[in-house]
Design a protein around this ligand. Structure first.
Ligand SMILES: [Zn+2]
Length: 287
């Protein structure tokens, strides 16, 4: 698969957590959403190496008949292609079947909240998952010092997910703003239950909050890479919602030229998007 290599970072991380000799998927947190998606994605991506492993040739050479029927069936399940996602309606009114959950973390990114994952608030369309992880993978090489955080996406089967007005069919993703500290170096975004895992942070119009400054260059680089990935996957970005005062600042950064044609929402959003930017992906949905 063309995109298999793009998940190398995530796989390496999972493998580092795995017990020696164990399957990487076994090390994933045992919680709703994480286990199902993590195992599915890892097994799906690891089929190729498994088939080329020494024992794979032996299987093809006739040892298969020595295996029990159960073991053969298990091998078939492990190497079955991942089921596709199907979204319905639109982000404001819709649902999704076959959604996948974003992983808890990777080399240069993390979820806004582990609790959010446990509550099933980070499910997306599989193509959106591939785009999001593909962009992070590229950014981990181009700007390895920047740590990105994604926020809420959709419920496993979609539908209303208060307090969001959209996020209904697995095609919307919130991304928390990357920040830098007083020393100009990337800093972690404070995410606690008290500030609703970052959503209650209030940055001023210049993108400052106490000692933190929004890293507008990192936002531009991220959006530019998301744009590259959606094009590679044959769809596009339908809408970007960001605090209007920040848009000129983002466009003025080195990657700004690459994203000036993105559909930034021009009107004032219903809630201030200062601590996160919202992206609607133009995935083709059924109905
Ligand atoms: Zn949103």
């Amino acid at each position: 698969m063309e995109s298999a290599g793009r998940f190398a970072g995530g796989l390496l991380r999972a493998q580092a957590l795995a017990p020696a000799g164990g399957d990487a998927a076994a090390a994933l947190p045992r919680q709703p959403g994480v286990v199902r998606e993590g195992t599915g994605a890892l097994f799906g991506r690891s089929c190729q190496p498994r088939q080329s492993a020494p024992w794979a040739g032996a299987l093809a050479g006739g040892m298969m008949r020595k295996l029990s029927v159960g073991a053969a069936l298990a091998a078939m399940v492990l190497c079955a292609p991942a089921l596709a996602s199907t979204c319905f309606g639109n982000s404001g009114s819709g649902r999704i079947e076959g959604a996948v959950a974003l992983p808890l973390a990777g080399p240069n990114f993390a979820a806004y909240s582990e609790l959010g994952l446990k509550l099933g608030r980070t499910w997306v369309h599989a193509q959106v998952r591939d785009v999001v992880l593909g962009a992070y993978s590229t950014l981990s090489r181009s700007t390895p010092d920047v740590q990105y955080v994604y926020g809420e996406t959709s419920l496993r089967t979609g539908g209303p997910m208060p307090p969001h007005r959209t996020h209904e069919n697995g095609t919307s993703v919130d991304f928390m703003v990357p920040v830098r500290g007083r020393d100009g170096r990337p800093a972690p975004l404070p995410r606690t239950a008290q500030n609703r895992y970052g959503y209650d942070l209030e940055f001023d119009d210049a993108g400052k909050l106490a000692d933190l400054c929004i890293d507008f260059a990192a936002i531009a680089a991220h959006l530019a890479q998301l744009d590259v990935e959606v094009r590679r996957h044959g769809f596009g970005i339908a809408r970007v919602i960001l605090e209007p005062a920040y848009i000129p600042r983002v466009l003025a950064t080195p990657a700004g030229q690459r994203i000036k044609s993105l559909p930034f929402m021009k009107t004032k959003p219903w809630v201030r998007h200062d601590e996160h930017y919202h992206v609607d992906f133009a995935v083709k949905c059924a109905g």
